[in-house]
Design a protein. Structure first.
Length: 503
């Protein structure tokens, strides 16, 4: 379960437009050479290096170099500021940085702000290729398994480095936990053609691409998500597996009917989605369009637990993200840590035999993520409940909860109502200061093309929500914006949005 186990001529990675490819022979040889170069430069098991790269097939060479040399790889979000990126490079203790040509300006700023690291390779300035040419492609006797150390999106403050324990064993003999889980769940194998429309620096795209190339499949990388372009890529490459976030579904559903219908999607066997709870009506419409191929999981970059739900299960339990298993049992607790009974809403914890992660250089945040009495119960701050059959239903993130007149309001409910309104292109619901209630519920809406923002549309949207959920959960007012702050993986950056309203 590593690149060298497969036909060297087989395509490992291809861009959606077909202009750039990486064979398994190239992936094996070039990742071995990079691992040798880093080893010769003094990096040893447990050391860190960083990658600042767009969706370039060579990112998988870098990833596999880490996996086969016992190193931690930190893929850096290139949509954040230079100061934030430099903080990550500095905080992870990177001894090397690899930068793609399209990000040279950002990479230069990061190096200046971070004061290093000492080893810098440019994917497109010749330094990366020269390093590989001078290195050995001879497989060493032992190839200790490495892993990634990724950072949270930073939507609620400074990004947090999520440091898992370094895996044991040889990469050629010991498949990763993700490979074992997702191969069994989704049937990945040599016949898999996997479409990755999201940025590869994010946990799910990076790790799934690693799983696919561990199992001999083909990764199709999009430069960036485009609703119709994604459908065209499925048809062109006869994609069998894919991964999405709910905002991508919404954008595809809002395409004109001819654009949705002109592409042959019959090759698709498994469309995986995660990252955020999918509104029930959005998923229902996607199932009507694509058929029973939508498989959802709930997890996090921290990897502290996971739930799964099949299309058939979801139709019986609409809105659920599935049941526990594989990585640990679900526990729903109140703010004091007391376990709550079936049906009651509280903080979602996963119970493990070990403590699965630590926040790098931040033991305070690590302790905050742990249950007050059981350190091996950890949470990422999500709120939800389980039903009598053990299915988890997420309510929202604890950090996004609005307290209005002493009542807890979870904005996800109102957002789920508004997201499919024809006049809404994007929406966020937040709490804003209110002299009487403490916080008032407000919607911030990006109008759809052709929709006229103003008092009339505001009244229409407020009534639209009030007809569907309890009035106290509905927005009392609506502001309009040209766009909303989202991470490239589709998550709302609500902390940035709230700054405009909270002094």
């Amino acid at each position: 379960m590593y690149p060298g186990a497969y036909d060297p001529a087989r395509t490992a990675v291809v861009t959606a437009d077909g202009t750039r490819t990486l064979t398994y022979g190239q992936l094996e040889e070039r990742s071995l050479r990079l691992a040798d170069h880093l080893r010769a430069a003094g990096l040893r098991r447990g050391d860190h290096f960083a990658l600042l790269c767009d969706n370039d097939p060579r990112a998988l060479e870098v990833y596999w170099a880490a996996l086969r040399s016992g190193l931690y790889l930190t893929a850096v979000n290139h949509h954040i500021t230079a100061d934030e990126a430099a903080y990550i490079v500095r905080d992870c203790g990177a001894k090397a940085l690899i930068v793609s040509g399209s990000l040279t300006e950002l990479g230069t700023a990061v190096l200046e702000l971070a004061g290093g690291p000492p080893i810098v390779l440019g994917l497109d300035d010749g330094t990366y290729e020269k390093a590989l040419e001078a290195a050995s492609a001879e497989p060493p006797a032992h190839q200790p398994r490495g892993t990634d150390m990724l950072y949270s999106s930073g939507t609620t403050g400074r990004p947090k480095g999520i440091k898992p324990a370094l895996p044991e064993g040889d990469v050629r003999e010991e498949p990763s936990t993700y490979t074992l889980i997702f191969q069994a769940m989704y049937g990945f194998g040599e016949d898999t053609v996997y479409l990755s429309p999201a940025p590869i620096y994010h946990a799910a795209p990076l790790r799934f691409c690693g799983v696919v190339t561990a199992l001999g499949g083909t990764v199709v990388l999009m430069d960036a998500f485009d609703a119709e372009g994604a459908l065209a890529a499925v048809e062109r490459h006869r994609v069998t597996h894919s991964q999405w976030v709910p905002t991508m579904f919404v954008r595809m559903l809002k395409l004109p009917a001819p654009a949705r219908e002109r592409h042959d999607l019959s090759s698709m066997k498994t469309a995986i989605h995660a990252a955020a709870p999918c509104p029930v009506e959005v998923k229902r419409r996607m199932l009507e369009w694509w058929g029973p191929v939508l498989y959802e999981y709930y997890s996090s970059t921290e990897g502290n637990g996971i739930t799964f739900i099949s299309p058939e299960e979801w139709l019986r339990k609409p809105g659920s993200v599935g049941r526990d298993g594989f990585l640990g049992g679900l526990r729903i607790c109140d703010d004091a840590g007391g376990q709550l009974p079936v049906g009651e809403t509280g903080i979602v914890y996963f119970e493990r035999d070990d403590v699965p992660f630590r926040y790098h250089n931040d033991e305070g945040r690590t302790r905050e993520a742990q249950h007050p009495e059981h350190p091996n119960w950890t949470t990422t701050g999500d709120i939800g409940h389980v039903d009598e059959d053990g299915y988890l239903f997420l309510t929202d993130r604890r950090a996004f909860m609005i307290i209005s007149g002493g009542v807890n309001v979870y904005p996800q409910e109102a957002e789920d109502c508004l997201v499919l309104h024809p006049a809404v292109a994007d929406v966020a619901v937040i709490g804003v200061p209110d002299a009487e209630m403490g916080e008032a519920v407000k919607a911030v809406v990006q109008p759809a093309d052709g929709a006229a923002a103003g008092p009339e549309l505001e009244r229409e949207l407020v009534e639209f929500v009030r007809e569907r959920i309890a009035h106290y959960k509905a927005p009392r007012s609506v502001d309009f914006a040209d766009s909303l702050p989202r991470t490239p993986t589709g998550k709302l950056a609500k902390s940035r949005l709230r700054k405009a309203y909270w002094p």
